[in-house]
Design a binder for this molecule. Structure first.
Ligand SMILES: Nc1ncnc2c1ncn2[C@@H]1O[C@H](COP(=O)(O)OP(=O)(O)OP(=O)(O)O)[C@@H](O)[C@H]1O
Ligand SMILES: [Mg+2]
Length: 259
């Protein structure tokens, strides 16, 4: 079985000299649900942004389905990016457009830029978008402006757009950080169920250790740009958590309660 995503000795040094990632190596396999945890500034977003080339890495290679995206250009880069769906903390929707139009944007990577600009989606894409919106209980909001939705509803549209793209791997950067606990659970359940149904691998950055442990088949702990833990939720002991966060568990609990 081939890996969907491989980091080979990847480093990212920002222009100001900060090491966002420091010699990171790991692979993600079909069907995996990987949570990436670590303190603020550990490099979680840097890691996700490197995968679909929202920025360039400064060392090593990143392979998507066996092909080096870190060196790809033009049409090849576009083709590899189709394999990678993204869900963001702040949804990244086009707020003046309808729910349906936002979801159809998931197909842009498959269209010419002129077709995309004119919003010329085929009937099959429209049917598919409506099907996905029904699957996440948003079938009644097709023509609602994205601006008029609640946070949880906006994130559902973000999820629908990502799945509309039919990626092989889904990247989520703090998908629930802006939501209240009950919306957060609905969103995590939806991402998990939709990805499992389609056998899409997920890499999800999370602040909440309990959420990571509840959903992930595997947890990667980052600290100062390095992987300091890579294992199952069962292996995530208090000692490991302290190592990842560089602070005593009791301190972490106090911080969590204070938030
Ligand atoms: N554009 C940038 N230029 C310079 N340094 C950056 C840039 N983006 C991130 N960094 C630095 O890289 C390190 C990793 O940042 P990153 O955003 O990846 O952390 P994170 O784990 O996602 O944190 P958080 O949990 O707060 O989202 C931090 O020290 C950060 O200040
Ligand atoms: Mg981040």
């Amino acid at each position: 079985m081939a890996s969907l995503l491989t980091f080979q000795d990847v480093s990212k040094v920002y222009r100001n000299g900060v090491h966002g990632l420091n010699h990171v190596t790991f692979s993600v396999w079909p069907g995996e649900f990987v949570a990436v945890i670590g303190p603020s500034g550990a490099g979680k977003s840097t890691l996700l942004r490197s995968i679909n080339r929202l920025h360039n890495v400064t060392g090593g290679h990143i392979l998507i389905v066996g092909e080096d995206i870190s060196r790809a250009r033009g049409r090849h880069l576009r083709m590899l990016r189709r394999q990678i769906g993204m869900i963001f903390q702040n949804y990244n929707l086009v707020y003046r457009l309808s729910v349906l139009q936002n979801v159809l944007h998931g197909r842009l990577g498959y269209m010419s830029s002129v077709q995309g600009m004119l919003g010329r989606y085929c009937e099959e894409d429209k049917r598919k978008a409506i099907g996905i919106l029904r699957e996440i209980d948003m079938g009644d909001f097709l023509n609602t402006r994205a601006a008029d939705l609640s946070g949880g509803q906006k994130q559902r549209v973000g999820i629908a757009r990502a799945f509309m793209q039919e990626p092989q791997i889904l990247l989520c950067d703090e998908p629930i950080a802006s939501l209240d606990p009950s919306s957060a659970k609905i969103i995590m359940d939806m991402i998990f169920a939709m990805a499992s149904r389609r056998r899409i691998a997920c890499v999800v950055n999370l602040h909440q250790i309990d959420v990571a442990a509840a959903y992930a088949s595997r947890i990667i702990g980052l600290r100062k740009g390095k992987i300091v833990f890579d294992g199952t939720p069962g292996e995530l002991t208090d000692g490991v958590i302290e190592q990842i966060y560089g602070t005593a568990i009791s301190q972490l609990n106090v911080k969590e309660r204070a938030i």
